[in-house]
Design a protein around this ligand. Structure first.
Ligand code: ADP
Ligand code: MG
Length: 735
C-alpha cells in the first residue's frame, strides 16, 4: 500500500466511491475529505426494541432480511421512472418495513442486489408508522450477507459493537451514502500520518485547544459529546484564526506602505467650506472628521470604515476629507454604487461648494477646484472631457460609478478614494481604484447599513472603524405604520389623502414599487412568473396621476431610464418641480431631498428589513416630521408581516440589522467574496461567535506583528495562501 498523505488523491481512501464523493461535495484530496465534517451526531444508544418505538425516534436495529421487492413507477416531477425497494426485516421479536427510494435504475438495482434475503444487517433511521407497521425510510444500512445466517448475525453485532458512542451523519446525497463517507474518513484517519497544523502551539496553549490531529479524530469519531465539543471548539477557532491572519497581514502590509502626507493648508478650500456651511457639525462629525484629518496627514495610507445611521451626515464628512486632499495638491475620487447616487453626489457637492467648485472658470474662486462626473452612460465627448480633467488634475474631485474602475481612467495625483455605501463593493474593487494612484491613496469607506461588530471584524477586518451614532439636531421624527390591505383596505385611501395633504403644504412624496413594469408586460418580456402581481412603477404612476392624485405632478424613476432622464427627474424632484416620485429601489441609498416628507411603499413585504430602513431614510431629512406607510397584502401573523412590524417599531438601524441578519444566511452576510465552499468557514458563525473572532484576531495580530511572512509557521502560511488565492479566483470569476 502506498503511503497516504494529507494531499493524496481522494481515491486512495475512498476507492470506487471517490468520483461520486468528488462530484457531490467537490472533495478531491484526503485532506479535503477530513475537512468534511458530520452534519449531525446521534447517540449510538442501545439497540432498539421494536415494541417500544416512538414515532420520529432515531432507531438502530439488527435484523434479518425476510423479503425485498423492487417497484418502479413514473416520476411525475422529473419525468422518467423512479424506483422503490420495499424490504421486510425481522428482529427477534417483530417485523418492520424499510423503504428505499432511488431515482436511477443502476443504483436501485445495486441496492436490490446488496440486500439479500436471509442476510443480517444493521439498519438505522427515523421510525415512522405505515399501514400498521413500523417503517424506516431510506435508513442507513450495512448488510452482512453470508451463506450461514449465524455468521452474518455475528458480523452485524460486531459492527454494532465497534461503532463509536456517537454516530456521525454526514451530508449525503442519493448517490453517496453517509457510510461511504464514514468508511473513507475512517481509513484516512487511520492511515494519514501527518496532519497540517495551522494553529501554532503557543496559541493552542493560550486558548486551551487540542491539536489538529486530535480535533479531526474527535470530530469524526467522538467517544462522547465532550470530545465532539472540544474538537469543534478547536476547529472553529482555527477558521477564525486563519481569516484573521489574512486580515492582519493585509493591515500590516498597508501600514508598511508609504504615501504622501496630506496636511492641507490654513485658509484653503476646507476652511472656506466650513465657514460657508449652513449648519453646525454634530459632535460625531467633528470627532470622526478630526480622526480622518489626522490620518490624512500621516505618512502611511488610511483605511477607514465610516458607519453611520441613514441621514447621520456621512457625506459632509467625506466632502471635508476630499477638500483636505485638494488643499494638499492631490485629487479625490468618490465611488458610488449607482448612477442616480453618483449624479446626486455630483449635484450636491457642486452646490455645497458653490464658487469653490468652479476653479479656473469665470466667476469661480481663484484657487477653487473642479468636480468631474464619470459614469458608464456618458456620451463620448463628456466622457473624454471627464477623463482629461481627471488625468490632468484639473478636477480635484472625481465622482463616478464602476466606470471609475476601468482601465482608461487615470489620475494626476490620486490622494483619497471614498467608497460610498460599501456593501456593494468588494476589497478587490477598492484595490483596483487605489492602484490608479502613483503612491497608495488613502481610503475611506462609508456604509449606512450598520454592520454588527463581528461581521465588521471578519469582512472589513483590514479597516479601522469610525461610527456616527447621532443624527443632526432638529431632524423631524419619522412615524412608520403598516397598512394591511387584507384587514383594512380603506386605509390605503387614507394614505393617498395624506400624500395629497403633504403636497398641499409644499412637501413631496415617494411612492416605492417592487417592480418596474406590470405583470403582463413582464410575463412576455422577461419570463417572470405570471400571477406575481407586485406593484409596478409603470402601472402605478399613470393610475396616480390620472385618478388618485389627479392634479399633482407625478414622475417616475427607475433603473431602466437613460442617465440623462434619471438626472433630469432627480433634479426636478430636488428643486420641487415634481410632487410625487414613483420609483423602484434606485432611491434606496443616499438620495437626499429635504422636503420629501411622505413615503408610501407598495407591497412592502417584498423588501428586506434593511432595505426598508434604507428607503425610509429618504424622508425626515429636513426639519418636518416624516410619515412612512408600509402597504402590504400579507396576512397577519406571517413572517412577512412581522418583519414589517419590526421596521415600524424602531428606527434603530443596529437593532434592525440584527433582525435582518437573523433571517438571512451566513453567505448573504459575508457577501460573495467570503461565502461558498472555499471560504473555509464551516463551524464559525460570524453572527454567533464574537468571542472566538475577537480572540483569534488578537492572536493573529500578535503573530503577524512578530513574523509578518509566517516564516516559522509553514502550515499556517500554506492555508493562508490557499484562502487568498481562492478569494482572488472568486473575484476574477465575477469580473
Ligand atoms: P448620510 O449619512 O445618510 O449619507 P447625508 O450626508 O446625506 O447623510 O446627510 C443628510 C442630510 O443632512 C443632508 O441634507 C446634509 O446636508 C444634512 N446634514 C449633514 N450634517 C448636518 C448637520 N450637522 N446639521 C444639519 N444638517 C446636516
Ligand atoms: Mg449618503
Amino acid at each position: 500500500m502506498p503511503t497516504i498523505t494529507w494531499d493524496s488523491k481522494l481515491a486512495t481512501v475512498a476507492g470506487k466511491s471517490a468520483p461520486k464523493i468528488e462530484k457531490a461535495f467537490g472533495l478531491r484530496t484526503v485532506g479535503e475529505l477530513l475537512r468534511h465534517y458530520p452534519r449531525r451526531y446521534v447517540p449510538k444508544g442501545e439497540l432498539s426494541e421494536v415494541g417500544e418505538l416512538e414515532i420520529g425516534e432515531h432507531v438502530t436495529v439488527i435484523a434479518q432480511v425476510v423479503s425485498a421487492q423492487q417497484f418502479s413507477y413514473p416520476d411525475r416531477r422529473r419525468g422518467g421512472m423512479a424506483y422503490r425497494l420495499e424490504v421486510v426485516v425481522a428482529t427477534e421479536a417483530d417485523q418492520l418495513t424499510l423503504t428505499f427510494f432511488d431515482k436511477r435504475k443502476h443504483i436501485a438495482d445495486w441496492r436490490k442486489r446488496s440486500i439479500v434475503e436471509g442476510a443480517h444487517g444493521l439498519f438505522s433511521g427515523k421510525a415512522g408508522r405505515f399501514r400498521d407497521r413500523w417503517q424506516l425510510t431510506n435508513p442507513q444500512t450495512k448488510v452482512f450477507s453470508s451463506e450461514l445466517a449465524e455468521s452474518g448475525l455475528d458480523q452485524a453485532y460486531a459492527a454494532w459493537e465497534s461503532l463509536p458512542a456517537l454516530l456521525t451523519i454526514y451530508p449525503a446525497t442519493a448517490a453517496v451514502q453517509t457510510w461511504q463517507i464514514q468508511d473513507a474518513i475512517a481509513l484516512a484517519l487511520d492511515l494519514v500520518e501527518e496532519v497540517p497544523e495551522p494553529v501554532p502551539g503557543r496559541v493552542r496553549l493560550e486558548q486551551g485547544l487540542v491539536s489538529a490531529r486530535q480535533a479531526l479524530e474527535w470530530i469524526h469519531r467522538p467517544g462522547s459529546w465532550q470530545e465532539k465539543g472540544t474538537a469543534e471548539k478547536r476547529l472553529r477557532f482555527e477558521e477564525a484564526f486563519v481569516t484573521q491572519t489574512v486580515l492582519a497581514q493585509r493591515r500590516a502590509a498597508l501600514s508598511g506602505l508609504d504615501t504622501v502626507p496630506r496636511p492641507g493648508r490654513a485658509g484653503g478650500l476646507l476652511d472656506r467650506f466650513d465657514e460657508s456651511l449652513g449648519f453646525e457639525l454634530t459632535a460625531g462629525q467633528r470627532a470622526v472628521g478630526a480622526e480622518i484629518l489626522d490620518d490624512l496627514a500621516a505618512r502611511h495610507p488610511m483605511h477607514r470604515l465610516l458607519q453611520g445611521e441613514v441621514g447621520s451626515g456621512k457625506t459632509v464628512v467625506a466632502i471635508r476629507a476630499m477638500l483636505r486632499i485638494v488643499d494638499s495638491g492631490g485629487q479625490a475620487a468618490l465611488l458610488a454604487p449607482t448612477e442616480v447616487l453618483a449624479q446626486q453626489h455630483h449635484r450636491s457637492i457642486t452646490t455645497m461648494l458653490g464658487s469653490l467648485a468652479s476653479g479656473g472658470m469665470l466667476g469661480g474662486a481663484e484657487d477653487g477646484t473642479q468636480v468631474a462626473l464619470l459614469t458608464g452612460s456618458l456620451g463620448a465627448a463628456a466622457r473624454k472631457a471627464a477623463l482629461l480633467d481627471a488625468a490632468s488634475g484639473a478636477a480635484g474631485i472625481v465622482i463616478g460609478t464602476h466606470a471609475l474602475l476601468e482601465e482608461g481612467v487615470q489620475f494626476a495625483d490620486l490622494g483619497l478614494v471614498v467608497v460610498d455605501e460599501q456593501h456593494r463593493f468588494g476589497v478587490e474593487q477598492r484595490a483596483a481604484l487605489s492602484a490608479k494612484g502613483g503612491t497608495p491613496p488613502h481610503t475611506l469607506v462609508m456604509t449606512a447599513t450598520p454592520i454588527p461588530r463581528t461581521v465588521a471584524m471578519t469582512v472589513f477586518g483590514d479597516l479601522e472603524t469610525s461610527t456616527l451614532r447621532e443624527l443632526p439636531a432638529g431632524r423631524g421624527d419619522v412615524q412608520t405604520s403598516v397598512v394591511p390591505m387584507l384587514e383594512r383596505p380603506d386605509w390605503l385611501d387614507r394614505a393617498w389623502k395624506r400624500v395629497r395633504e403633504e403636497v398641499d403644504q409644499g412637501r413631496q412624496a415617494y411612492v416605492v414599487c417592487p417592480r418596474i413594469s406590470g405583470a403582463s408586460a413582464d410575463a412576455s418580456s422577461q419570463g417572470e412568473l405570471a400571477g406575481s402581481d407586485a406593484a409596478a412603477v409603470e402601472d402605478v404612476a399613470p393610475l396616480l396621476s390620472e385618478q388618485t392624485l389627479q392634479g399633482l405632478r407625478v414622475e417616475v424613476l427607475h433603473g431602466q431610464l437613460g442617465s440623462d432622464r434619471k438626472e433630469a427627474v432627480m433634479r426636478a424632484f430636488a428643486v420641487g418641480e415634481v410632487d410625487v416620485l414613483v420609483a423602484t429601489t434606485v432611491i434606496e441609498v443616499g438620495v437626499d431631498v429635504a422636503d420629501a416628507s411622505v413615503m408610501v411603499v407598495l407591497d412592502a413585504d417584498r423588501f428586506g428589513v434593511s432595505q426598508l430602513h434604507q428607503l425610509r431614510g429618504r424622508i425626515g431629512r429636513g426639519a418636518v416630521p416624516g410619515l412612512c406607510l408600509l402597504v402590504t397584502r400579507s396576512a397577519p401573523d406571517t413572517p412577512a408581516r412581522s418583519r414589517l412590524e419590526a421596521v415600524a417599531a424602531t428606527r434603530d438601524g443596529f437593532e434592525l440589522s440584527r433582525v435582518d441578519l437573523e433571517q438571512r444566511r451566513e453567505g448573504d452576510v459575508l457577501g460573495a467574496a467570503q461565502s461558498g465552499s472555499r471560504s473555509g468557514l464551516r463551524l464559525l458563525s460570524v453572527l454567533r461567535h464574537e468571542e472566538v473572532i475577537q480572540a483569534a484576531r488578537e492572536s493573529a495580530t500578535e503573530l503577524v506583528t512578530a513574523d509578518p511572512d509566517l516564516s516559522a509557521e509553514g502550515d499556517l502560511a500554506a492555508v493562508v495562501r490557499r484562502l487568498v488565492e481562492s478569494e482572488q479566483a472568486d473575484y476574477l470569476e465575477k469580473a
